[in-house]
Design a protein around this ligand. Structure first.
Ligand SMILES: Cc1cc2nc3c(=O)[nH]c(=O)nc-3n(C[C@H](O)[C@H](O)[C@H](O)COP(=O)(O)O)c2cc1C
Ligand SMILES: CC(C)CC(=O)C(=O)O
Length: 383
């Protein structure tokens, strides 16, 4: 239960949870399930959000902090806030203008948009309305010509980075979709790749995705594009180190929103170890379960350079097209500013690990010592 919540879909949305309820009330159940669902028993899906419940922020008082400044610089570009739109397939499932409306909504905040390989609208059309950095998310297909053409088109259209998804040799077993025998509705299809039968996302991935990718894919990608390469789907420290050694320009700590390996840990739990392993070598982004400004600040306190947000953007798009996307991102940004002000910091450089504590590690709380393994093994807390 998140705060004072209305029982039904609210008329006005003040939180991302409000947008989620509105979207659920509007979408056909099988489409809702495709978006909301995860793999297997959805343990990882639940864990992503639950991990944030285990962290408290520790406010500092009388710090003299003024108006919060949320801007960051990443891969050579200024972002007005450390928040971007995660790559999500088929925005046309929930709104006829699909990614065009999403790009317009993100543009209002000037925030970046990572466009999926499976976008339902044309890359060049998205670029024409975008207002912040655009990155292309890439699935590497068995057919490297199809993959290469997609990268070349994106580069030509002004996309600024390639986000290679590395956690999907095939799709995870998403039981809601299996039970619903989920198919894309007529009129929803990828707009930037063609020739295959895309109706069943899992069936298509099984035949089209390269199931045997290895680290050499990075040098192949370098041979076809000069754009920065971001690896999305890193969850372990050794893979994070390997990514830096292999020349990745950034990584996204992600479990694909709990849609791939059910039983893998929450991204927030893995973040501190990965940040330590990477040791400043490349920026570390994170996605999975970010639903509030407090969650954004918690990720930054644990060393993330920025967060990506997936499902909430689709909820906004469902509820109100470009306005809804702008609404979702605007709420996150407002909440981040509130959180910074109330925590006593006015710039993101001032955000560090001393701002968070794992609730089980606070000795004076009744929950202390109940056996939950520490999220922050070497966490310092201030009392
Ligand atoms: C409906 C849906 C479609 C997705 N499509 C893609 C995709 O095409 N490529 C990709 O790398 N990740 C995809 N993802 C994963 C997201 O990029 C992201 O990792 C995840 O949604 C983050 O978690 P959140 O939804 O809790 O914010 C998808 C997620 C959802 C919910
Ligand atoms: C069409 C799918 C391959 C998109 C995806 O990555 C997902 O559903 O998680």
């Amino acid at each position: 239960m998140r705060g004072a919540e209305p029982a039904d879909a609210p008329d006005e949305a003040f939180t991302l949870a409000d947008y989620e309820r509105r979207a659920r009330a509007l979408l056909p159940p099988a489409i809702w399930d495709f978006i909301a669902g995860g793999a297997g028993e959805e343990r990882t899906l639940r864990a992503n959000e639950a991990a944030f419940e285990r962290l408290w922020l520790l406010p500092r008082v009388l710090t003299g902090a003024g108006r919060p400044i949320t801007g960051i610089r990443l891969l050579g570009r200024d972002w007005p806030a450390p928040i971007g739109v995660a790559p999500v397939a088929y925005h046309t499932l929930v709104h006829p203008e699909g990614e065009i409306a999403t790009a317009r909504g993100a543009a209002r905040a000037g925030l970046p948009f990572v466009v999926s390989t499976f976008a339902g609208t044309v890359l060049e059309d998205i670029a024409a309305v975008a207002g912040g950095p655009l990155w292309l998310q890439l699935y590497c297909f068995r057919d490297r010509d199809v993959t290469r053409r997609l990268v070349e088109r994106a580069e030509h259209a002004g996309f600024e980075a390639i986000v290679l998804t590395v956690d999907a040799p095939r799709l995870g077993r998403r039981l809601r979709d299996v039970r619903n025998d989920f198919r894309l509705p007529p009129g929803v299809a990828p707009a930037n790749i063609s020739g295959d039968d895309f109706a069943s996302p899992a069936g298509h991935a099984a035949v089209a995705f390269d199931p045997a990718l290895d680290w050499s894919v990075l040098s192949w990608l370098r041979s076809v594009s000069g754009l920065p390469i971001v690896l999305k789907g890193i969850l372990g420290t050794s893979d994070a180190r390997r990514a830096v050694a292999a020349g990745a320009d950034a990584i996204v700590v992600s479990n694909h929103g709990g849609r791939q390996l059910d039983g893998s840990p929450a991204t927030l739990e893995m973040l501190p170890g990965i940040v330590a392993a990477v040791a400043g070598g490349v920026p570390v982004l994170i996605d999975g379960g970010v639903r509030r400004g407090v969650d954004v600040l918690a990720c930054l306190a644990l060393g993330a350079a920025a967060v990506l947000v997936g499902r909430p953007v689709l909820h906004g798009l469902t509820a109100g097209g470009a306005d809804g996307v702008a609404g979702v991102l605007g709420i996150l940004l407002d909440e981040l500013q509130d959180t910074m002000a109330l925590t006593g910091v006015d710039s993101l450089e001032a955000v560090d690990r001393s701002l968070v504590a794992q609730r089980e590690q606070l000795p004076h709380l009744p929950l202390a010592g109940l056996g939950t393994p520490p999220l922050l093994p070497d966490a310092a807390w201030r009392t």
